[in-house]
Design a protein around this ligand. Sequence first.
Ligand code: PAF
Length: 278
Amino acid sequence: MQIIKSIEELRPIIRGWRREGLRVGLVPTMGYLHDGHKSLIVKAVSENDRVVVSDFVNPTQFGVGEDLASYPRDIERDAAICEEAGADLIFHPEPEEMYFADNCTFVDMDKLTKGLCGKTRPTHFRGVCTVVSKLFHIVTPDKAYFGQKDAQQLAVIRRMVRDLNFDIEIVGCPIVREADGLAMSSRNTYLSKEERIAALILHKSLMLGKGMAEQGERDAAKIKAAITCNIETEPLARVDYVEIVNPDTLEELEKIEGEALMATAVYIGKTRLIDNVI
Ligand code: PAF
């Protein structure tokens, strides 16, 4: 497995694969890989002839005061995980390789990026759409793989691909959880032992909401209130949002009729965690 740092080196490799008629899968990541990422890579390997994992902590998706500098990084550990999962290549550029110093072109989106995480992270999805578009142009994959944990990101990328006519199939993959229910995330490494236990409140509360819907409760406001109250029983937790939305349009639902996305963002101490259930 190769680790490639420059676009100039990567492009001829991809062209060679294309000439051979090989199908290329892309798994975009910010590194510090866990079993959630590994499941994306394994799926990509099973559906493509070649798999590229991008490993890039993208500065444009972090807001002022967010954790860009402290975001965990470990390319050697990532390489071992990618190799074991069967990836062919890691694209691991420096920020200067991805962004010219005078870069002034961005990909942005209305509507879907305004609610949920977009409320407290107003520039986040502009950074995500920009870097994912750039990765799509650089790698030109047939398929790209994203986790359902970032449900808003998945909906935003599906919409971007539709609106900008990218000829790429977006594959959404299920959330991978620890045995006790905590959704896997690179940011879980920030949690102290006490916070790690407190963080279980996200999944427990969402399951409570899901249970209410399964038992016939259709009023989204009642379910949101119950989820919020349950999260607030945990002293280390501070709710950012609890929302029930259409999983594709991300529009708020008043009544649960078909599929509904119940999503939450919660601060556990200083760490902001997200989770969701359909
Ligand atoms: O989900 C992530 O890790 C990032 O947002 C992504 C899609 C790799 C873009 O930097």
